[in-house]
Design a protein around this ligand. Structure first.
Ligand code: ZN
Ligand code: ZN
Ligand code: ZN
Length: 333
């Protein structure tokens, strides 16, 4: 009962279909049909789809008829329409608020991005408020910036729209910073995991013993444990620590010292019952420190102590997570 037209060819359509496919068309149609009724002449209302060729307008109407369900069925014709006119259809889908078509077009454009087309696609994405396409463009820009820089499109952008160029460069920089931050976080997480594992193994050496090193006054279990590679390293460290003559200045002993201190901070075994070297001493020292800092509360938050507290907290969190994952690790120290 209506006709859509982009100027040239006229396409007959049903107002109900168009109205349910697009809220923008719904509003336009309401007004047009009202006008036709008021004029009393009868005839069909005309809706113009401006700014695109006849073929694109026809494809757009076809797609609105097909609806989002068509996509799942993968019918040939509409599929071809999207492949062929993705850019213009994206503009229409944005202007007429057809979200499923907008998404589809973004995927179609995004899947065939090249250094040569990415600049135009990015501008289109920003114009049509298309975040998925924007993201894909930025990814490609980050990956192949050298190639993009040599394209005609980039040169054109640089010469004619330096602000946009600056904006793209800023976004690339931001994305790079985010990536770096994420990598740093992952690296930190890895350290916490390793420390958490080291705590498990230290506990294992100090309770059961393993191959050569065992708890004080007790023979170690003869067969190597499943984590023997790490366990062996820690055994050597413990051996060294017990024999070293210059602990204060020795980096290996410093490391062992830190591990023992970390153990004490995480240890839940009642005082006097833990076999791990220096555990009781460290706990006692920590308690004294707490008492002091409670009395001088104002001075609390000393830098290195804050960092240490954070480390303990992180390792604790990691070991809780991994024990939840394994469900087999001992719940006690
Ligand atoms: Zn072991
Ligand atoms: Zn040493
Ligand atoms: Zn302990």
């Amino acid at each position: 009962d209506v006709v859509t037209s982009s100027g040239g060819r006229k396409i007959a359509a049903h107002s109900s279909v168009l109205a349910s496919a697009s809220p923008v068309l719904e509003t336009i149609l309401e007004r047009r049909l009202q006008r036709v009724k008021e004029s009393g002449k009868g005839g069909r209302a005309v809706v113009r789809i401006r700014g695109v060729t006849d073929d694109v307008a026809a494809a757009f109407v076809r797609l609105l008829y097909a609806g989002s369900r068509y996509r799942e069925r993968g019918e040939g014709e509409v599929e071809e329409d999207v492949e062929k006119y993705a850019e213009q259809l994206l503009v229409l889908a944005h202007a007429y608020r057809v979200p499923w078509l907008k998404l589809w077009c973004q995927e179609a454009i995004g899947s065939r991005l090249t250094p040569g087309t990415v600049v135009d696609a990015l501008q289109l994405a920003d114009l049509c408020d298309a975040p998925q396409l924007h993201l894909r463009c930025m990814r490609l820009l980050a990956k192949e910036f050298r190639a993009v820089e040599r394209t005609e499109a980039w040169r054109f952008l640089r010469d004619n729209d330096p602000w946009q160029e600056l904006d793209v460069l800023r976004q690339l920089h931001d994305a790079d910073m985010r990536r770096r931050k994420w990598r740093r976080k992952r690296a930190e997480q890895k350290v916490y995991m390793e420390l958490s594992d080291a705590m498990d193994i230290l506990r294992h050496i100090c309770t059961e013993g393993c191959t050569e090193v065992g708890p004080v006054g007790q023979a170690p279990t003869k067969s190597p444990c499943p984590a023997y590679a790490t366990c062996r390293g820690l055994q050597l460290l413990i051996r060294h620590f017990s024999l070293c003559k210059s602990r204060a200045s020795c980096p290996r002993c410093q490391r062992m010292w830190q591990l023992l201190r970390l153990h004490a901070a995480l240890c839940r075994v009642p005082d006097g019952h833990c076999n791990t070297p220096l555990c009781t001493q460290f706990k006692l020292k920590e308690q004294q420190k707490e008492a002091v800092s409670a009395s001088v509360a104002a001075k609390a938050g000393d830098g290195s102590d804050g960092r240490w507290g954070l480390l303990v907290k992180k390792v604790k969190a990691v070991s809780v997570m991994s024990s939840l994952g394994k469900r087999s690790s001992p719940s006690q120290c």
